[in-house]
Write a protein of this length. Structure first.
Length: 166
């Protein structure tokens, strides 16, 4: 049965010994939710169980697999292993499509509108899956250089820096 935000927050507040920021961050970013936003986990401990179950499932493919309880004990209370945010939200989550990586570096945009828009599209696709994106934009010509189009000169990197930042 789905839980409310306040139930998740209160359970997380207890788990984190009164740390309101930690409880709020867990409830808003990492507690498992179904595709309509209903909370399926009440606390980080349940998240750790979810992660351990999924890791143990993968471990079974290998010789001498680590058992689920041993994996859980590594995650428990964030004592030995602290996963990154995207894995905490995504591992074992069948309700959302998202990346399990936090950060990506993409190719620098080519110095053309098409190249800039291609990089923009790659950034959007990564960010909608909770990923962060980095790339070098020094490949775009500075403002005022001549072009062969109707504008006659380049707009420069500043216009695109603002677009990419937003």
């Amino acid at each position: 049965m789905p839980n409310s935000f306040s139930e998740v927050y209160e359970n997380s507040l207890e788990y984190f010994a009164g740390d309101e920021l930690a409880a709020s961050v867990f409830a808003t970013k990492y507690a498992l939710q179904d595709s309509t936003g209903n909370y399926l986990e009440l606390s980080p401990d349940q998240m750790h169980r979810r992660l351990a179950k999924e890791f143990a499932r993968i471990e079974q493919k290998y010789e001498n697999p680590i058992e689920e309880e041993e994996i859980y004990n590594l995650f428990k209370d964030f004592k030995y292993v602290i996963p990154q945010g995207s894995p905490m939200a995504g591992v074992g989550n069948d309700h959302r499509i998202q990346s399990l990586s936090n950060c990506f570096v993409v190719e620098s945009p080519q110095d053309s509108y098409g190249g800039i828009l291609k990089t923009d599209q790659e950034q959007v696709q990564i960010m909608k899956r909770r990923g962060g994106v980095g790339f070098d934009i020094s490949t775009i010509r500075p403002q005022g250089l001549p072009t062969s189009n109707a504008a006659k000169t380049t707009d420069g990197i500043g216009v695109f820096m603002e677009r990419f930042s937003n």
